[in-house]
Design a protein around this ligand. Sequence first.
Ligand SMILES: Nc1nc2c(ncn2[C@@H]2O[C@H](COP(=O)(O)OP(=O)(O)OP(=O)(O)O)[C@@H](O)[C@H]2O)c(=O)[nH]1
Length: 573
Amino acid sequence: MRLRSLFVGLQTLIGVLIAALLIQVLLVQWQQVTRSDEGLQSLRQFKLLLVSAEMASRERGPANGVLGDQVPADPGKQERLKQARARADAALAQVQQALTGQPKVSTPVRQAAAQLERARKAVDALAALPPAKRDAVALHAAVGEMFKVIDHLEPVALQLADLTVQAYPELADDITAARHAADLRELAGRLGSQFTPAITARRVFTPAERLDIERLRGRIDELGKLIELRTRFIETHATSIAAAQTMQADYFGDAARFIDEQVATGSRDGAFTVDTAQFAARYVPRMDAIVSLRNTLLADAEQSAVEKYEGARRQFALLAAGGLLTLLLLAGTVWLINSRVVSPLLSVTNVISALTRGEWPPVLNVGSGFHEVAELQRSTDVLRQMSLDRQQLEQERQQLIEQLRDQSNTDFLTGLPNRRGFYALAEHHLISRLRDPVPLALAMFDLDHFKQINDQHGHDTGDAVLQGVAEVCSKLCRRGDVVARYGGEEFLVLMRQCSLEDAREQAQRLRQGISGLAFTGTDGKPLRPVTASFGVTVLADDDTDVQAALARADAALYGAKRAGRDCVMTMVP
Ligand SMILES: Nc1nc2c(ncn2[C@@H]2O[C@H](COP(=O)(O)OP(=O)(O)OP(=O)(O)O)[C@@H](O)[C@H]2O)c(=O)[nH]1
């Protein structure tokens, strides 16, 4: 596997794993935030619900006042009832609005509101009768209708309390104690209502009233103990503990003693020393401590819930930021390792591979990696540079060899192939003849009395004559024919596709061309015409080299010299 693929694959895998883990953690944390938010909403709804139950409960006091009065009732009492009803309506409307979209809990609240309307009608109908016609049973029935309102609200309170505790288990004591306090306020109110008929008629309790009063007092005591137990464990909120102590002193101390006195009077002779208004003025304010405890417990619980909710949100934000930072760091690390380690290593590998294959190595970007990698790049670049130098030297050496070979095959004076060059070219022609059999002819010529030119006009003039002869012969010969200087003033012409007769004629043309040349001596006077003697032959079909043909041409040349020079002699194989 290639290094880059491995690297990219591994990094992708790690990135995906980290991202998956991060998403999982964020999801869990977000659920915590959502749960805390929902719990907080439930707690606030719970609070509103308890307030609305309290308001509905409080309405019974002024209702009792009107029911115990003349017809028409005292305007002050009627006004108090009106205000109490308005407060109850407002509280119920508020809780109904808060519960919108939650049919499970909003329906019972709606039913409670409807029940309250029914109870009010019953109260109003009874209050319209003369006092003599308002018997105990009718009064009980009217007040009972009002109690039913609370019966509708109680399960909702329980449900909202449960939802709150599910989100905030640590607030279980606060919430339960608050619920107990609300129940206590309700029962305390009901207890007070139990005295109204007896006090109004200044009579002893009926057995049913006595039973209800005792039952209520028993439940009230029980709730008092439960509240004490719950609040004992609430250590974080000193305000709640203080409110609980105040409630114990106010209600279970002062109010309980007052109730004891009234119970004793109602059980003994019914000679109450207070009327209903005085009873209410003495008793009702003591219940405020219960409401205060409930409110304090809920306020403390809400404060804790808000803190926890904010904490969950903060933690989520921290986790999200941390996760994002981790991913960014990972991406940065990947980029850094890729650009500073992997890529430089791959470029070094490419260079070394090219070097080992003997190819031209690619350019290396030195210094793009970390210190150690850059060191490796520098070393590799030195190797690369050395290899380039070596290859350049090798090229130059090859060029030099070529040049030397050319020089060793060429006559430096005339530029014609020398003897060595002639043999090489002749061999090439002979090899070609194996594939393509064509007749080859050979002419050898020698300048006549050349020594005299040297002697009379000097070597430079002799050289100029040799160059002039070489030039005219090259011009007169066809392309592909070989004109060479065999040595001294002796030349060779190898002619392709040429019979002996054709060769002889070509030799004549060359001879005439040479004799037609005009040279000037060192003294500025023209030289006498230069002539040459020619020996011509053809190569035999089975000749594998030019030696035999050279010997015949030489012999024919010798013949031409003996025949008086400046002529052409031929010899057949
Ligand atoms: N200037 C010059 N002279 C050369 C060169 N090579 C050979 N020679 C001269 O050519 C002359 C050849 O003389 P010979 O062999 O006696 O021949 P010749 O004088 O031409 O007489 P024949 O061949 O018998 O006609 C010598 O004097 C050589 O020194 C050269 O490259 N330049």
